[in-house]
Design a protein around this ligand. Sequence first.
Ligand code: PGA
Length: 255
Amino acid sequence: MIPASRTPFVIGNWKMNLSERWAVALLDDLLPAIAGAPEVDVGVAPAFPCLRAAADRIAGTPVQLGAQNAHWEDKGAFTGEVSPRMLAELGVGFVILGHSERRNIFGETDERVARKVAAVRRHAMVPVLCVGEQEGERDAGRTLDVVERQLRIGLSEIRPADGAEIVVAYEPVWAIGTGRSATPAQAQEVHRMIREQLASMFSPRLAGTTRILYGGSVTPASAPALLSLPEIDGALVGGASLDAEAFAGIVAAAR
Ligand code: PGA
């Protein structure tokens, strides 16, 4: 269901980094470190082979479990893929889709991302749709066009009125893993455009309740200025999410 208010949401995208025992060890450090921030929704997205162990470790805590990708079909001859049904059965609550690494390294198109968004929703999980421009696109003044297209096509296969939640993450590609986060003004401009587009594609109500996260070199140092902006409802964190203290610092900034 769409949440009534935009509770801040901070997600750790662990990418292809932690094997099972390190994933559990990180949760052992992280859970006490974030226990004092019940007013923030926190999620972690481990690699597929660690989902079961992570689900067991966070059981009974408010931390939400996410996956980093999903196929669009429930089953079939798709060697190497993982279906949304499998993820739902593991207790996955949200799925990161259309991350720029998926788009740029694995050739994911907007059309494929759209099918994945619909598939994840079919299984009552929340899609976290990532959008964002490359550096050359920003330099050419095309940022808003690129993000508009990714959003329009990425959300084209879901029905506006089915009442389920979506999350959008704006991640400028040039800011991911570079230590060069967008400025608050740059992020605010794109976030505002995304919210306006959600209002025209769906409804002002959906736009007003959809959480739009910022991602790209978020650290405890850069988080306070970004997360204090009215249009930024949380963060999608890569590198800094692998360190319990740093991630907890970002969660604290989101309060
Ligand atoms: P970063 O990654 O925080 O390491 O820049 C963000 C992401 O890829 O989601």
